[in-house]
Structures are given as structure tokens and as C-alpha cells.
Design a binder for this molecule. Structure first.
Ligand code: DQA
Length: 159
């Protein structure tokens, strides 16, 4: 089972940007923790960060036929990008949206995520731990889908 983690604009600045909101942890440290969880659970994992909308769309499309789950923090694009939303909907891969901060407790323009509407679930406001919770969620979803597929194969074989 493979998970692709996609990080949107300015998340490469974690540990530097607005520490009172996002905390002191760097993106590479978050990724290391996710990698540890993935290794412990036999999941393959890849990381991608971009500040460019089109590159994020491309990376989502590349997941087709490759990834079993996506974890995405579209960052500011959550509130604006129909292109990223359409890409998530297009690939039909279970996707968990993550926000470090509680977007519902911030400025009005952050309260709506148009990308979240096509995701299986959203985890927000738990700081960097949001990513760990997303790993638990995506693992559960991927295991359920795998079990259903295996059951279907078994039924086909049995005629
Ligand atoms: C964010 C919340 C967004 O509103 C903001 O633009 C970000 C980070 C978060 O993780 O809390 O860049 O996605």
C-alpha cells in the first residue's frame, strides 16, 4: 500500500513562518515522523511540496494507478483552487485533507475549504499531530478498501 503526501504553498517555510500559528516544527521533521509511522505499518510513502498550483495538480494526477491513498495540505489553495479540487475528484483515490491550524477559528476567508469537499475526511487544528492522525485515517481506509477488493476477488473465484 502506498501513500503520497502533498504539501502546498509556504509549507516549506514551517518552523520559520508564523510560529505562533504553525509552531516550531519543520516540514522535514513532520515527514520523518510520517515515514516512521509508514515503516512501522508496512506502508510505502512519498513526499512532495510545491508552491505552484499546476505542479500540485500534476502530482495528484501522477497518483493514478500508483498510490492507494493521498494526504494533502493544499494550504492557501484549499480556499481558492478549483483545479486542485478537480484533480482530487478526478483520480478517485481516498484523500485526507490536513490543516495544521484550526481554519474554522481563523479569518473568514479560511473557513471554507473547496478542496475538502471532495476528500474522504479532514483533520485540522491539531498542529503537526494532524499529519499523524491523517496517517492513521488513511491506513484504516486503505485497509478497508483492500479487504473489500480481496473479498470481491474471492467471490469471483468461487463463481
Ligand atoms: C494551512 C491553513 C491555510 O489557511 C494556510 O493558507 C496555510 C496552512 C494549515 O495547515 O493550517 O498555508 O493549510
Amino acid at each position: 500500500m502506498k501513500v503520497v503526501v502533498i504539501q502546498g504553498p509556504n509549507l516549506n517555510m514551517l518552523g520559520v513562518r508564523e510560529q505562533h500559528i504553525y509552531g516550531p516544527m519543520k516540514l522535514e521533521d513532520i515527514h520523518q515522523q510520517m515515514k516512521n509511522f509508514a515503516d512501522q505499518n508496512g506502508i510505502e510513502i512519498e513526499f512532495f511540496q510545491s508552491n505552484l498550483e499546476g505542479e500540485i495538480v500534476d502530482r495528484i494526477q501522477e497518483c493514478l494507478g500508483d498510490a492507494d491513498g493521498i494526504i494533502i495540505n493544499p494550504a492557501a489553495y484549499s480556499h481558492t483552487s478549483i483545479a486542485i479540487r478537480d484533480a482530487i475528484a478526478a483520480v478517485e483515490i481516498p484523500t485526507i485533507e490536513v490543516h495544521i491550524s484550526n481554519i474554522h477559528a481563523r479569518e473568514d476567508f479560511r473557513k471554507k475549504s473547496i478542496t475538502a469537499e471532495v476528500c474522504a475526511g479532514v483533520i485540522a487544528g491539531m498542529g503537526p499531530f494532524s499529519y499523524h492522525l491523517a496517517m492513521i485515517a488513511i491506513l484504516q481506509i486503505m485497509q478497508e478498501i483492500k479487504a473489500i477488493k480481496e473479498q470481491q476477488q474471492q467471490q469471483q473465484q468461487n463463481g
